[in-house]
Design a protein around this ligand. Structure first.
Ligand code: FMN
Length: 170
């Protein structure tokens, strides 16, 4: 079938098809964390994008109804913990585990406004919520980056539903 035929518009695009196709865009993997009402919250995401340099802004997209998204809205602050290639297990934990188990036995340090900084991340960025925009069944949370640190190391990647590592050309 020609490319033009594949792009004939119909009334609605199948969301599963969209998810499969957009999965061609390889991303890094991060865990966004916050502290709200005496508890830590965190979830794995790959919807991380830098937005602006002046001011320093990034965005993340928690789905509507996300517990972590609600906590970020409540606290007004969050940390982005960029996962290392050897942190697949930890990334799974922040998808599936109960909220109480996600932070179990981790050596947590605290950033501004008490946001939890996860160990072993290749980079941390601490943000204040600057705006929250509607985005279909997700929300677009824009964060102003207040502090950041870069520990170095290889990133964990996500592509077509699988985790992998970046090897580079060298
Ligand atoms: C690689 C990967 C990326 C993900 N990215 C997102 C994302 O950007 N937004 C989102 O809402 N959920 C994303 N998820 C799913 C959430 O991690 C999952 O639904 C989690 O349980 C939500 O946490 P909550 O209990 O705090 O709502 C992703 C999962 C994986 C494995």
């Amino acid at each position: 079938m020609s490319l033009a035929a594949l792009h004939m518009e119909s009334d609605s695009l199948d969301p599963r098809r969209f998810r499969t196709v957009i999965g061609a865009f390889a991303t890094g993997v991060a865990v966004i964390t916050t502290a709200f009402e005496g508890a830590f919250h965190g979830m794995t995401i790959n919807s991380l994008t830098s937005v602006s340099l002046d001011p320093c802004l990034l965005l993340v997209c928690p789905r509507r109804g996300s517990a972590t998204g609600a906590a970020i809205r409540g606290s007004g602050a969050f940390a982005v913990n960029i996962r290392a290639a050897d942190q697949r297990d930890l990334s799974h934990r922040f998808v599936r585990a109960d909220i109480a188990e996600r932070f179990a036995e981790l050596d947590i340090e605290l950033g501004p406004r008490g946001v939890p900084l996860l160990p072993g991340a290749i980079a941390h960025l601490c943000c204040r919520v600057s705006a929250i925009h509607p985005g279909g069944d997700h929300e677009i949370v824009v964060g102003e980056v207040r502090t950041c640190s870069d520990a170095g190391g290889h990133p964990l990647l996500f592509h077509k539903g699988s985790f992998g590592a970046f090897r580079g050309d060298a």
